[in-house]
Design a protein around this ligand. Structure first.
Ligand code: ATP
Length: 357
């Protein structure tokens, strides 16, 4: 089934939760809706499901406007953060539920239900828990059962709203790898809501960055990470240093240091901000005449393979964060308070359009 939304608007009173959102969800792929709390991710998911009705715009299922189609007719499967499995039913019965409530004409036979449920429990690798009750399961196991239950009715689209949000970091990481493998096996078109950028970049085929009810960027994980369309996207997808400066003929000058924009090719004279990720900074000891931004090492945190350095700019006391291999940090033998020089290996400049100089 193809899924798309077209010019969707949704307000709650004066508040605009979705502002003219248009998106395609590629068939058989996993799309992550990513953005900060309150940006409209869940509202969009609920509009697709039919749990919420947009003020204007369309949800298109197989190219047809689904506005009049009830939730049950849309053939969607849900998994929510706090999915309420029926506590008084065994795991088996929870997964069988959607099949048992089908109309008589569509309901599979008892032996078909048994086979289907046990196949699904095998798929989520929990067939050994079939006779347990939900309170006897871990949080991660419950979410896998919730997924098996959503898949039982063979949904044409799977909607997941922060499905692992309530779990601890380690289980979360395991489950997202597992979800990816499961998706590769089943290829059900899936839409996954998360506010965790690492989760979205790791799991999804397509990432949709949302901000204040708007879509900021759509693309494959490496595309949105390496070619962010806006400062918001850049900042949301990881830690970032900002160097304010003047852009002129392919060079941004910040703190008296000229940084070549290489591929960026900006030619106009304007104010700009160079965005640099902490691991895209080269760090060296300061020597007379060394090129780069002069800083003082304020704090170093060197555990595991990477050393995180807090550096204070000599010219304006702003803090810069750099991440370098711990090996290099030890090799340099740096001490707190020492004067260093940093140079970006990679930077991305956003020109302030309104401020030509
Ligand atoms: P989170 O990550 O916190 O779940 P979200 O991006 O999923 O956030 P939504 O749940 O879609 O955000 O909510 C978007 C905005 O709309 C929020 O400001 C929320 O308070 C508001 N909102 C959502 N549902 C309602 C409602 N039924 N009535 C009024 N306001 C609502």
């Amino acid at each position: 089934m193809t899924i798309a939304v077209k010019n969707i608007n949704k307000r709650f009173g004066e508040f605009t939760a979705l502002n003219n959102v248009s998106l395609d969800f590629p068939t058989g792929e996993l799309t992550a809706l990513l953005g900060p709390s309150g940006c409209g991710k869940t509202t969009l998911l609920r509009c697709i499901a039919g749990l919420e009705h947009p003020d204007s715009g369309q949800v298109l299922l197989d190219g047809k406007d689904a506005s009049d189609r009830h939730v049950r007719e849309r053939q969607v499967g849900f998994v929510f953060q706090h999915y309420a499995l029926f506590k008084h039913m065994t795991v088996f019965e929870n997964v069988a539920f959607g099949l048992r409530v089908k109309s008589r004409a569509e309901r599979p036979s008892e032996s078909q239900i048994k086979k289907k449920v046990m196949d699904l429990l095998g798929l989520v690798q929990l067939d050994w828990l079939a006779d347990r009750y939900p309170p006897q399961l871990s949080g991660g196991q419950r979410q896998r059962i919730a997924l098996a239950r959503a898949l039982a009715v063979e949904p044409r689209v799977l909607l997941l709203d922060e499905p692992f949000g309530a779990l601890d970091a380690k289980v979360r990481k395991e489950l997202r790898r597992w979800l990816r493998r499961l998706h590769d096996e089943l290829h059900v078109t899936s839409i996954f809501v998360t506010h965790d950028q690492e989760e979205a970049l790791e799991v999804a085929d397509q990432v949709v960055l949302m901000n204040k009810g708007n879509v900021e960027q759509i693309g494959a994980p490496d595309q949105v990470y390496n070619h962010p369309a806006s400062p918001f996207v850049y900042g949301f997808l990881g830690n970032v240093n900002m160097f304010h400066g003047r852009v002129h003929e392919g060079v941004i000058t910040t703190g008296g240091v000229a940084l070549d924009l290489a591929s960026h090719g900006e030619t106009q004279d304007s104010k700009g901000i160079a965005y640099v990720r902490p691991h895209d900074l080269d760090v060296d000891r300061y020597t007379q005449g060394a090129e780069g931004i002069v800083v003082k090492l304020r704090r170093a945190h060197a555990i595991g393979p990477l050393a995180q350095l807090d550096l204070e700019r000599a010219d304006n006391a702003e803090i810069i964060e750099a991440v370098i291999p711990n090996e290099r940090y030890s090799h340099l033998g740096l001490k707190e308070g020492e004067t260093l020089v940093v140079r970006p290996k990679r930077l991305h400049v956003f020109v302030d359009e309104g401020s030509a100089i």
